[in-house]
Write a new protein. Sequence first.
Lengths: 111, 112
Amino acid sequence: EAGVTQFPSHSVIEKGQTVTLRCDPISGHDNLYWYRRVMGKEIKFLLHFVKESKQDESGMPNNRFLAERTGGTYSTLKVQPAELEDSGVYFCASSSYYEQYFGPGTRLTVT
Amino acid sequence: GQQLNQSPQSMFIQEGEDVSMNCTSSSIFNTWLWYKQDPGEGPVLLIALYKAGELTSNGRLTAQFGITRKDSFLNISASIPSDVGIYFCAGAPPTNDYKLSFGAGTTVTVRA
């Protein structure tokens, strides 16, 4: 069974640019999550989808972040415009129930 | 999210040693999960705990869900070199079983 996949693995962009991260969950998992870890800090929850619906987006930092999950399969997280403090590793996870399985992450560097 | 205090922040292991790490919180949790992250990879789920007092093993790993529901520990017995990495605890509160809060991680490295 394929695990959670994320694309790209790394992204370097300039402040003010736009970046879109993609996550493909484990097949059949209705729950999809985005998390972020900034340098030296703990992994923090951003949001939770159940199928195509946003169940909880209380961790989204601000309105420069937009997450979508059209059709309830893969998800995208767009940052527009990117700021320096958005740098970090963005993880996607998926689950059937409570056990969340993580992807390898996308390392975003904003210069 | 809830704040989890994970300790120690780092530790050195010698092959064959038993090691232990723990997480505490000021709030209760319904679920405790332990993950391990290797460089360049995402966190890998090691053990999931769902009941206060529960003790669960996965090979050389043993984790317990504290009876107060505010803490958990992870033990690694007879450590081997591939045990190096970052270990994270994560918990979900009663109000939302899906919203994990993470500890800051315990970095395990091999003692030279």
